[in-house]
Every structure is written in structure tokens, then in C-alpha cells.
Write a protein that binds this ligand. Structure first.
Ligand code: NAI
Length: 480
């Protein structure tokens, strides 16, 4: 029986290993983590992360060929294949701070593998890492290894939060990079055999190590770039009377461009896009390519601009003052169907509104109150470094209330900001909501999910990103 151990029971390690166990009943999979509470949660009824379909897969395999354990050394020592799926956040201090990937967690894992291994291992980079990381890992492993053979593979994960299980069941591709030596190729084949249990062979791409490492950063940069491109267009649409949905539709019909990932919004979020682009920028700078670095930097700048533009639009539409006005925030996670709030645009938008002294009433169907309060009080990037959490509070807690349904959030509010595209927000009883709000009643739709005409008929003043402006807003001097 092939034995797999995965170091890191997070958003990637947990679902990925659950699917491998489910699809490969003949393989034993153990997921280990330094966080005991996380492991306990994986072993409980309340899994530590929410993903549609995840619970079902875990329950079918847990205790059979899928195990979650805090006994890291024991399971690493026994494994044939070790996936490393630890966090690789952006460095917050020292050389490359704010851009470079912090490989502390990775290096700790690699040292542990070197220390406890007594037999040959295939070590798989599942985390997103800078190109050439495998070289450094190889040095750490072989330096301490007492002659044990280690083969390093790069097998970046392309799943998206909110659709992780579906993405893992039907991946567009699985990418495996390895050394082009006989032992390297043998290791690639061993990993390929695992995925071949359910992924068609033509979708398993094998490359050299550096191409695989770089492809992950490149894919995220391309995806984020599409969002920033359409968001940049949304500002121009508002200035000219064009409708960004019509423009996206027309542009996406070109088969060379395609229709996906062309929705305008308040900005992209999630744990990866910004971090991976910053990492790419840093690598370009280190390789003497400032022009390339600046090109990718702009993708992040446009994303920040989009969030600032949204806040400015809210404030200027409401007569330049939102002090003490109740504003309902619908949605806090970075996208629907996930409770993940890492780098969610809601954090920056809420902070912008809090700076103007608004009273926020926040509702998200999946994000607990504690998480929202932590996110709004932590310094940027601190969430990725659990050990460094800042105690500095950046917002006044009394300005925030977190409630358990959309009607409670919107009751008596001067304005509503939709920041996540949860399906339930499309089907709210907006007449009931309007009747409970003072006039003028505003809706700022940061996800373009509401029926603008219908809401205007009810009496709302509606702003929807990249859409022709509400007649009420046209004459407002907006600093966007
Ligand atoms: P996460 O923060 O949810 O999970 C990482 C886990 O690793 C944590 O539970 C942490 O306690 C554990 N850990 C850290 N150091 C450890 C060590 N030395 N020994 C044992 N456990 C250790 O991170 P997530 O989101 O799963 O991401 C992991 C990697 O996958 C990152 O490199 C990320 O960029 C990449 N990735 C993330 C995606 C996502 O949607 N979240 C998608 C594709 C890639």
C-alpha cells in the first residue's frame, strides 16, 4: 500500500488529500499539522473549513484510508510520498518584505523530513513557491540526509476556494515537474500514477521543475490580470455611459479571449492572487527585470484603486458624510461559497468606511463574528503569520455590529454595500428592505448581482460597478 503523508492541513492540504483518499482506496493518506485545534476539527463533525461537497468526501474516507494527525514525525517517517502544503505568505519584515515569499514554514517542514527519514522519499511541493525553491529544498534535504535518496517534485495546486472539490474531481490539468534524470522521471511517474486513478492522462502535464513552479505564479498572475483589466474598464464605463457587462460580453465572445473571469467587481481577494503576484514581482526584480516587475505590479495597483474608488463613491454619493450613518455590509468572504476572508476586498472597503466614521452592520452567511472582528483589527498581512498577530486595533469595535441575517443588517440603514456575490442576496425581498430604510435609500452593488432597474423602480438609488450611473449620482462630484 502506497503511503502518503501531507504536511499542512489547510485549505489546500485538507481537500486535496481527502480527494486523493476518496479516489484511491488502495492508498493510505495521513494529513498532519502543527496546529492541534485544526487537526481536532478535521477529526470532528465541524470541519475547519467550509467547501461545498468536502464534508461528504471526508466522511466517506475518514478512519478508512484518510487520517488527520498531529504526530508529524511518525507519519513523515513512514510515508513514501510527502506532500508539503504549508502556508507560504508574503514576508512582512527583512529582505524582500512586502513582496518575497516567506519560506520559514516550508524550510521547517523540509528540515523535519530530513531529520526523521530513514527510507527514500518523494517530496512534493504542493504549496505555491518561488521558482527555484526545489533547488533550496534539495540542499536542505540532502545536506542532513545520511545518504537517503530524496526526489523533489513540483505539483502546484490550481483549485479555487468555493469550488475546491469540483476542481479536484475535474481538474483542467494536473501539473507535475521533476528532475530530468532516471530517478526524477521515476518519481514523476509514481505521482502521475496516483492522479491517473481519476484524471485523464492527457490532462496530466509533466514538465521540468522550474516550469512547474513558475506556471503556478504565472497562472495566478494571468487570472488576476483579467480581473484588473475588466475593473479598469469599469471605471471608464462609468465615466462614459457604457455598461461593463455589455462590454465584457462583447469582448468575451472572441474565442481568443473567452467569456470566463470577466466580471467586474469591487476587486479580487483570496489568499493567493496578491501574494503570488508580489512574489512574481520580487523574482523579476531579483533577476534584473524591472520592466516586467512593473507590468505585474500594476495589476495590484488597479485592484487597490477599485476598492478605494468604491469607498469614495459611497461617501461622495451620501453628501460626503457617512459619520454615524448605519451602512449594511452584505457579504464579507472574498467570494461566495467560502468562509475564507483572506485578502477579501471587504476588509479594505469596511476600513475605508470606518475611517469616515460610519456605523457598520455586517452580515455574511459563512463568516463568524470573531473572524470579521479579527480581520478588521489586524494589520495587513498579519493573518498569514499566526504567530505574529498584532495586538494593535485599527478600528473602533463599537462602530461594528455583526448580525445573523440580511434583514437585520439592512433595517434602518442609510445604505447597503454588497461585497460578496452570495446567491441569497439576489433573492432578498428588496421592497421589505426599502420600507425599513430612511430615504434616500442607497444600494452600492460591488458584485453586479442586483437587478438595477427593478430596484430603482422600488425607489432605491443604485450604484452598480461599471454600469451607467443612477441619475441621482450623475451630478454628485465623485472623487473616483
Ligand atoms: P493554510 O494556512 O490554510 O494551511 C497551511 C497549514 O500548514 C496550516 O494549518 C499550518 O498550521 C500548517 N503548517 C505550517 N507549517 C507547518 C509545519 N512545519 N508542519 C506542519 N504543519 C505546518 O494554507 P493553504 O491555503 O492551504 O495554502 C497552502 C499553500 O497552497 C500555500 O502555498 C498557498 O499559496 C497554496 N495554494 C492555496 C490555494 C487556496 O485556495 N488557499 C490554492 C492553491 C494553492
Amino acid at each position: 500500500m502506497v503511503k502518503i503523508c501531507c504536511i499542512g492541513a489547510g485549505y489546500v492540504g485538507g481537500p486535496t488529500m481527502a480527494v486523493i483518499a476518496y479516489k484511491c482506496p488502495s492508498v493510505e493518506v495521513v494529513v498532519v499539522d502543527i496546529s492541534k485545534p485544526r487537526i481536532n476539527a478535521w477529526n470532528s463533525e465541524q470541519l475547519p473549513i467550509y467547501e461545498p461537497g468536502l464534508e461528504d468526501v471526508v466522511k466517506k474516507c475518514r478512519g478508512k484510508n484518510l487520517f488527520f494527525s498531529a504526530e508529524i514525525e511518525k507519519h513523515v517517517a513512514k510515508a513514501d510520498i510527502i506532500f508539503v502544503s504549508v502556508n507560504t505568505p508574503t514576508k512582512t519584515q527583512g529582505l524582500g518584505a512586502g513582496k518575497a515569499a516567506d519560506l520559514t514554514y516550508w524550510e521547517t517542514a523540509a528540515r523535519l523530513i530530513a531529520d526523521v527519514s530513514k527510507s527514500a522519499k518523494i517530496v512534493v511541493e504542493k504549496s505555491t513557491v518561488p521558482v527555484k525553491t526545489a533547488e533550496a529544498i534539495e540542499k536542505i534535504l540532502t545536506h542532513n540526509s545520511k545518504g537517503i535518496s530524496f526526489q523533489i517534485l513540483s505539483n502546484p495546486e490550481f483549485l479555487a476556494g468555493g469550488t475546491a472539490i469540483n476542481d479536484l474531481f475535474n481538474p483542467d490539468r494536473v501539473l507535475i515537474g521533476g528532475r530530468e534524470t532516471p530517478d526524477g522521471m521515476k518519481a514523476v511517474k509514481a505521482l502521475k500514477d496516483i492522479y491517473a486513478h481519476w484524471v485523464p492522462e492527457e490532462r496530466i502535464i509533466c514538465t521540468n521543475l522550474w516550469s512547474a513552479e513558475l506556471s503556478k505564479l504565472a497562472a495566478n498572475a494571468f487570472l488576476a490580470q483579467r480581473i484588473s483589466s475588466v475593473n479598469a474598464m469599469s471605471a471608464l464605463c462609468e465615466a462614459t455611459g457604457a455598461d461593463v457587462s455589455e462590454v465584457s460580453n462583447a469582448v468575451g465572445k472572441d474565442t481568443r479571449i473567452g467569456p470566463k473571469f470577466l466580471n467586474s467587481s469591487v476587486g479580487f481577494g483570496g489568499s493567493c492572487f496578491q501574494k503570488d503576484i508580489l512574489n512574481l514581482v520580487y523574482i523579476c526584480e531579483c533577476n534584473g527585470l524591472p520592466q516586467v516587475a512593473n507590468y505585474w505590479k500594476q495589476v495590484i495597483k488597479v485592484n487597490d484603486y477599485q476598492k478605494t474608488r468604491f469607498v469614495n463613491r459611497v461617501v461622495s454619493s451620501m453628501f460626503n458624510t457617512i459619520a454615524n450613518k448605519k451602512i449594511a455590509i452584505l457579504g464579507f468572504s472574498f467570494k461566495k461559497d467560502t468562509g475564507d476572508t483572506r485578502e477579501t476586498p471587504a476588509i479594505d472597503v469596511c476600513r475605508g468606511l470606518l475611517r469616515d466614521e460610519a456605523q457598520l452592520s455586517i452580515y455574511d452567511p459563512q463568516v463568524p463574528e470573531r473572524q470579521i472582528r479579527d480581520d478588521l483589527s489586524m494589520r495587513k498581512l498579519d493573518w498569514e503569520h499566526p504567530g505574529h498577530a498584532s495586538s494593535v486595533s485599527f478600528s473602533a469595535p463599537e462602530q461594528i455590529s455583526v448580525v445573523t441575517d440580511a434583514y437585520q443588517a439592512t433595517e434602518g440603514a442609510h445604505a447597503i454595500c454588497i461585497l460578496t456575490e452570495w446567491d441569497e442576496f439576489r433573492f432578498l425581498d428588496f421592497q421589505r428592505i426599502y420600507d425599513s430604510m430612511p430615504n434616500p435609500a442607497y444600494i452600492f452593488d460591488g458584485r453586479n448581482i442586483v437587478d438595477v432597474e427593478k430596484l430603482r423602480k422600488i425607489g432605491f438609488i443604485v450604484y452598480s460597478i461599471g454600469k451607467p450611473l443612477d441619475p441621482w449620482l450623475v451630478d454628485m462630484p465623485a472623487v473616483v
